[in-house]
Design a protein around this ligand. Structure first.
Ligand SMILES: Nc1ncnc2c1ncn2[C@@H]1O[C@H](COP(=O)(O)OP(=O)(O)OP(=O)(O)O)[C@@H](O)[C@H]1O
Ligand SMILES: [Mg+2]
Length: 317
């Protein structure tokens, strides 16, 4: 199998300079076909720059980028015909309706009229076909942007922050659309600041920080690799209970909500701790056990430390 079969996108040693600023610094990664790839990183990390080079909008300073097996420097038009793009901060014409917007953008591709009904269905916009852009809520505007990104029936869809600024309901509405795209076999390249979204939707994530890729893999792999422990939080614990836990070799620290939290390796450790508390005649505490989140791993990888709070040695409130 060659790269064009296996990968939707291949980025190799990509560099982009804006004058003296190196915005993208030797970036390499691949995006498999037919899944959701999430591109994560702090403001100014180089996400949009990288994405716009892949979309053939900007030129790389050096490095190689291939989309569906084609080089971005030599096959711009062929690539544009086979990808869809929702740019960061998407906006359409205020005074045309949802249906008119989709028809207008589909004509730009000169591929005949897109199937407006099916695009309205995919993006769950059927009831807003006749609503003016300016009267749409933020979530509906973003869903229209996704519908427009699909007018040329693309194999790869690039969505740059499609849920930024949306309320939790509207965000979930966009997630449903993204899941639908995945079910239809599209490759979705998602740029987002919401780690929960990446953890829920992405098969693979890549994290970029200051122009460099600092980690990539599935959300589960990244959590297992960078935070291989469980967080145990105990509520309503007295000094005696804390002393019992310390004697077992754990390091409980106070958290912001008046409990203590500690890292344990296995669920078995939780049972051992509870047994020891019971044996010492102390009341059993309120209990919460959880795995670290992608957000905590992200904060460590982009900032060099786990966030303050639950389950962090030294993170006492
Ligand atoms: N056209 C440009 N000319 C000069 N500098 C630019 C240009 N576009 C982006 N930059 C700079 O390049 C760096 C990377 O910007 P980029 O927009 O790629 O980051 P980003 O990761 O998408 O950030 P955000 O999360 O805020 O969207 C930033 O320092 C930005 O100011
Ligand atoms: Mg950006």
């Amino acid at each position: 199998m060659n790269n064009s079969d296996e990968h939707a996108v291949v980025v190799e040693s990509l560099i982009k300079d804006y004058g003296s600023l190196r915005a993208v610094n030797d970036v390499s990664f691949t995006v498999a076909r037919g899944g959701v790839f999430a591109f994560l990183g702090p403001n100014g990390a180089g996400k949009t720059t990288t994405v716009e080079i892949i979309e053939t909008i900007r030129r790389p300073t050096s490095g190689r980028v291939r989309v569906l097996g084609m080089d971005v420097s030599r096959h711009k038009n062929e690539i544009l015909a086979r990808i869809g793009v929702l740019p960061q901060g998407f906006c359409s014409f205020d005074r045309i309706t949802v249906g008119e917007s989709i028809r207008y953008y589909s004509r730009l591709f000169r591929r005949g009229a897109a199937d407006v009904d099916s695009l309205l269905d995919i993006t769950e916009l059927r009831n807003t076909r006749d609503v003016l852009f300016k009267d749409l809520s933020g979530g509906l505007k973003q869903r229209l942007g996704i519908a427009i990104a699909l007018v040329n029936d693309p194999e790869v869809v690039f969505l740059d922050e499609p849920t930024t600024g949306l309320d939790p309901h509207a965000r979930r509405g966009v997630w449903d659309v993204l899941r639908g795209l995945k079910r239809r076999g599209r490759t979705v390249f998602l740029t987002t600041h919401y780690m929960e979204e990446a953890e829920l939707l992405a098969d693979t994530v890549a994290i970029i920080s200051k122009g460099r890729i600092v980690a990539s893999g599935s959300p589960d792999e990244l959590i297992d690799r960078h935070a291989p422990f469980l967080c145990l939080t105990l509520r309503r614990v007295g000094e005696g209970t804390i002393a019992v836990i310390r004697r077992m070799g754990f390091e409980p620290v106070g958290d912001a909500r008046g409990g203590v939290s500690l890292r344990v390796k296995h669920a078995d450790n939780v049972q051992e701790i509870l047994r020891a508390i019971g044996t010492a005649g102390k009341p059993l505490p309120g209990l919460e056990v959880r795995r670290p989140t992608l957000e905590e791993v992200y904060l460590e990888l982009t900032d060099g430390k786990m966030p303050d709070g639950v389950c962090v040695p030294g993170g006492a409130a």
